[in-house]
Design a binder for this molecule. Sequence first.
Ligand code: FE
Length: 248
Amino acid sequence: MTRIASHRGGTLEYGDSTPAGFRATAQMAVEEVEFDLHPTADGAIIVHHDATLDKTTDSKGAIVTMTKAQVCEATINCSGGAHPLTLPQLCAIFRDSPVDFRCEIKPGPDGLPYPGFVAQVVDALEGEGMVQRTTFSSFLIATLDDLALTIDRPRLWLVSPPVLRQLGPKAMLELAQAYEVPEIGVHVDTADAALRAQVQDAGLDFGVWAAHTADQIDAALDLGVKVFTTDRPSLAIARRAARTAPAT
Ligand code: FE
């Protein structure tokens, strides 16, 4: 069965990386919750998509330059007045949920990995008892390589449309194999059966991300990908369930 990952807690249904979205996701018939992490200046880990607060909250600033208290004062847009979660707060929401973690380790505002952040995240997840329920993802090969040296957990490379276009499937797969990355995720609109076959023939798992519309969700299900992320988890659950419902 194709797995569903509720992207940032279901952005189009609950706002971007909101406590309400994550709490709702913990109760849903999805297999994974996708979220993004950034470090603060004083050693905390924040669940937020962008490296800055500028676009999705009432505040401004790069998370890495702010204290945890400063970041957690921000109000997330369309969240009913809620504030960004720390990683321990997210872990508390999912500790008793069957929904597993799909943890994206983000780069900083300069597009480069945060020094030492992979080890910091792995330590925190280990401390929370959640690391054995975590698949890691990143757009950055350097971060995936760092993960491989730090912990033996599933990792997947998020390949953006320009990178896929510039490298082409063959070079993309050669790079993945050179770094022993076992799984690739591409934007759903760049996925087709030929690419899926190429990835699978190379011995890698294949997934897609950003399947937000009904057509995109159907495309992911039609392709039979391993997993897809979606901002509309409720819609994805309904469309997957409709395919598996017994005929009457
Ligand atoms: Fe993400």
